[in-house]
Design a protein around this ligand. Sequence first.
Ligand SMILES: Cc1ncc(COP(=O)(O)O)c(C=O)c1O
Length: 440
Amino acid sequence: MPAHTPSLDALWMPFTANKAFKARPRLLVSAKDMHYRSDDGREILDGTAGLWCVNAGHCRAPIVEAISRATATLDFAPGFQMGHPWSFELATKLTGLLPAGIDRVFFSNSGSEAVDTALKIALAYHIARGEPQRTRFVGRIRGYHGVGFGGISVGGIEPNKKAFAAQLLPQVDHLPATHDLAHNAFSKGQPTWGAHLADALEQIVAERGAETIAAVIVEPMAGSTGVLVPPVGYLEKLRALCTTHGILLIFDEVITGFGRLGTPFAAQYFNVMPDIITLAKGVTNAAVPMGATCVQGAIYDAVVNATPAGVEFFHGYTYSGHPLAAAAGLATLDLYAAEGIFARAAALAPVWEQAVHSLRGARHVIDVRNLGLVAGVEVEPRAGRPGTRAYDVFVDCFFNQNALVRVTGDIIALSPPLIISEGQIEELVARLRRALEATD
Ligand SMILES: Cc1ncc(COP(=O)(O)O)c(C=O)c1O
């Protein structure tokens, strides 16, 4: 270990195998554009845009400068009963990227907070409209919506809930997951099988009564549970069913927002419009934490106009619309526009698709799936030890191939910064192939 490695004892690391990490740490000490640098001086090709969030590449000068200027000018301003210009400017600018009609923005500091805010807004909206009995939520198996109690309740990841099962939200149902290896393996882009899985919402409606359901929340393309691409026609069905039954549709676009699929949001990629969009990550290129819950004007109007005077919605965070985050967001959106980064992702998507699908037939690989600049490479689990093979591939990538990939279960997820070059795409895939070959 290099001399400057700090003591690792005090930090309880999030979503990390703490003992394994501390036995053999993986420390990143700087970053620029497509690369990280490790504490032992290696240049690591970033195959994951950090955590699906550094869409414009690392330490981009316009964002760094905007943050420095902001912190020297207005370090903090209260967001309750007070404001500052940058958060209003960023909200306005976001409405230029969001689907038409989604034009009110509530800021938070993370995807988890954006999700819990969305769930609260859904309840507040139905109360304001005189349907207070609409209190149920519908999520989806293998959905990830962060780690708040709301988010884990509507989410569909058992390990994230197990220890907290006694206190989850009580009125939640789940749609089935959309990916099925038997039908969808090695799909390029959207699989053709599976639209019918949206019909499960009809069964939930039949059982619970439409009049009890406030909202359905899904990731338009599920990222964290291993890149689950929605089948052709699935989201359209879900939209139609929600409209029929007066249920709000929430798209959690924390990963898919800001060009990951080649459009500003997945809603535009799929041409399916939700009522509420949650976002985070790419809004500031991850340089400052920020989340947002973006709603149709009619939802804002219903909630705000239901209260004649005083605070209309009892919710908010000390750092909602923090000046640093707002300044970073403004600079980030300018950078995305100046460099045509979303269009660049769209243009690269076919090259990406071809490159990642070249892993079909590589050692251990049982599925490859892709959309935009995202891919999931699923490996055959080791008998009785699920997750260990993909984890070993991830570790080999980091230490021996100088590539950062992400592991979830037995799936390797790839989601590079959208500034990746064609050569770097080939290189990333070659390094992953070598790691697959080197793993038992
Ligand atoms: C779809 C989705 N929702 C919510 C979250 C939670 O975001 P955060 O970790 O910023 O709380 C994530 C994080 O990856 C996500 O992918």
